[in-house]
Design a protein around this ligand. Structure first.
Ligand code: PLP
Length: 450
C-alpha cells in the first residue's frame, strides 16, 4: 500500500461503521468511487452489480440525474430551513401531504428526521408520550423480536434483537425492552410443524409474554414486515394476521418499521400492504429519497397526533425535534423520488421482475451450499448450510457467509452476509437481464467457495 494513498489514509483515520475493525486493519476496505445504474465501480476501476442497493436503499440505482438536479435547484432556492417554533417550508409540507395520500389508512401526519434510527427512536418516545397523555402511564414496555433491527441509537439498539450491537455498549439501557422469537420458519420451525402452525406458535408466545407482563404495562410492538438485518426473513404465512388481534386486545400500538420495505421493495408500496398490517405508526427512510439525501419519516395516526396536541397544552410545546429533520433539500429530493416511482410505475416494475429474481435465486437452491431461498418482491435471503438434508449449519468458525461474500465480490457482485444468510436487495430499477447476470455471478461466487 502506497504511504499517501487513499487506502492508507482510510486505515489511518477512518472509523468504519458496522465493520470488523480488526479485519479492516489487516485487509483494508473496498472504496467505491462512482456508480452507474445498478453498478458501482471501486477506486481500482473494478465493476460490481450492487445487489444490496448499498444498504437496502439506493432504489433508483447510482446515477439518477433528476435527483441531483432537484437537489441543486433547492440548494439555490432555500438551502436550509427548519420546522421548529411554528416555522417551516414548502418541500416538507408538500412531502407530508404526499405521504399522507399514499400511506396506509389513517396515518395522516408525518414527523421528519434524518435516519431510520431516529424515526424509530421517535416512535419509542411517542409511544410513551401517547400513553402518558391519554392516562395510561403504566404502559412502558416495548416488544421487539430477536434479530429484529430498528437502529443504533441508545433506545433503538436496545429494542433491536442484535446482541453484537449491545455488547460492551452497556445496552440494553433499561429492562423496558422485551423480545419474542425470531419468526424464521426454515431455521426454527419444528419437525412436522406447518408454516401456519409455526405462526400460531409465535403468536401464542407473544400472547403469553403479554399476559405474563400484564397488557397494561406494554406500550408498543415493533416489527419489520420483512426482517432485513436479521437475514432478509419473510414472515411465515398468517403470522401478522394472528398477531394483530392480540395487540388490539391489549391496546398495544403496532409500529411497522418500513425502513427497508417501504416504497415498493415487497411488490406493494408498503410491506404493510403485502402482509395486511394496519399500523398505528410507520417509520420509513432509505427508499424515501432513493438515499440520495438522508431523510426519514415517522407517519402517525390521528389519535397519536391528537395526543401530541394535548401534550403541548400540558407541557407548553412538543419537545422533540432535530436541526436537520425535514431538511428542505432532502424533502425536495424525496418529492422527486416519489414522482419518479409513479411516472415509471416502479412498484409495477418490481412485481414484473420479481419472478425472475425469486426463480433465478431459487434455482440456486440446488447448489450444495444452499439450504433455503426465500423472498418477496425484490428482497431475498439465501441460507447456507453444511448439510442440506438435516439443515445443519456451518460451525461459526468456518465463516461460510463471509467466504461466499468475498467470492461474490471477486466475481463482481456485492451481496451481504448476515451470519450464513446471504441477503439480496438490488435497486428497484434492476432489469430481468441484470438479474440473470446477478444470479450468474452469485453461482460463480458459490462455486468458488465450495
Ligand atoms: N430499521 C430498519 C428495518 C433498518 O434496516 C435500518 C437500517 O438498516 C434502520 C431501521 C436504521 O436506519 P438508519 O441506518 O438510517 O438509522
Amino acid at each position: 500500500m502506497r504511504p499517501n494513498s487513499l487506502h492508507a489514509a482510510d486505515l489511518a483515520h477512518m472509523v468504519h461503521q458496522q465493520t470488523d475493525l480488526d479485519a479492516h486493519g489487516r485487509e483494508g476496505a473496498v472504496l467505491i468511487a462512482r456508480g452507474e445504474g445498478v453498478h458501482v465501480f471501486d477506486t481500482e476501476g473494478k465493476e460490481y452489480i450492487e445487489a444490496m442497493a448499498g444498504l437496502w436503499c439506493a432504489s433508483l440505482g447510482f446515477s439518477e440525474k433528476r435527483l441531483a438536479e432537484v437537489a441543486y435547484r433547492q440548494l439555490l432556492t432555500l438551502p436550509y430551513y427548519h420546522t421548529f417554533f411554528q416555522k417551516g417550508h414548502e418541500p416538507s409540507v408538500r412531502l407530508a401531504e404526499r405521504l399522507a395520500a399514499i400511506a396506509p389508512a389513517g396515518l395522516n401526519h408525518a414527523l421528519f428526521q434524518c435516519s431510520g434510527s431516529e424515526a424509530n427512536d421517535a416512535a419509542i418516545k411517542l409511544a410513551w408520550y401517547y400513553h402518558n397523555v391519554t392516562g395510561r402511564p403504566a404502559k412502558k414496555k416495548i416488544i421487539g423480536r430477536i434479530r429484529g433491527y430498528h437502529g443504533n441509537t441508545v433506545a433503538t439498539a436496545s429494542l433491536s434483537g442484535q446482541p453484537h450491537m449491545q455488547a460492551d455498549f452497556d445496552l440494553p439501557l433499561t429492562d423496558r425492552f422485551l423480545h419474542v422469537s425470531n419468526p424464521n420458519y426454515y431455521r426454527f420451525g419444528q419437525s412436522g410443524e406447518t408454516e401456519e402452525q409455526f405462526s400460531a406458535r409465535m403468536a401464542a408466545e407473544l400472547e403469553a409474554l403479554i399476559e405474563r407482563e400484564g397488557g397494561d404495562t406494554i406500550a408498543a410492538f415493533f416489527a419489520e414486515p420483512v426482517q432485513g438485518g436479521g437475514g432478509a426473513i419473510t414472515p411465515p404465512r398468517g403470522y401478522f394476521d394472528l398477531i394483530q388481534p392480540i395487540l388490539k386486545k391489549h391496546d398495544i400500538l403496532f409500529v411497522a418499521d418500513e425502513v427497508i420495505c417501504g416504497f415498493g421493495r415487497t411488490g406493494h408500496y408498503w410491506g404493510c400492504e403485502t402482509y395486511g398490517i394496519r399500523p398505528d405508526m410507520l417509520s420509513c427512510a432509505k427508499q424515501l429519497t432513493a438515499s440520495y439525501q438522508p431523510l426519514s419519516a415517522l407517519l402517525i395516526s390521528d389519535p397519536i397526533h391528537a395526543a401530541l396536541i394535548e401534550g403541548s397544552r400540558r407541557n407548553g410545546s412538543f419537545g422533540h425535534g432535530y436541526t436537520y429533520g425535514g431538511h428542505p433539500v432532502a424533502c425536495a429530493v424525496a418529492l422527486e423520488t416519489l414522482k419518479i416511482y409513479e411516472e415509471r410505475d416502479i412498484v409495477g416494475h418490481v412485481r414484473r421482475v420479481s419472478p425472475a429474481f425469486l426463480d433465478g435465486l431459487g434455482a440456486l437452491g440446488e447448489h450444495p451450499l444452499v439450504g433455503d431461498v426465500r423472498g418477496v418482491g425484490l428482497i431475498a435471503g439465501v441460507e447456507l448450510v453444511a448439510d442440506k438434508a438435516t439443515k445443519e449449519p456451518f460451525p461459526p468458525a468456518a465463516k461460510a457467509g463471509l467466504l461466499v461474500q468475498e467470492k461474490c465480490h471477486e466475481a463482481g457482485l456485492i451481496v451481504r452476509a448476515i451470519g450464513d444468510r446471504i441477503a439480496f436487495t438490488p435497486p428497484l430499477i434492476i432489469t430481468a437481464e441484470e438479474i440473470a447476470e446477478m444470479c450468474a455471478r452469485f453461482r460463480a461466487g458459490l462455486d468458488a467457495a465450495w
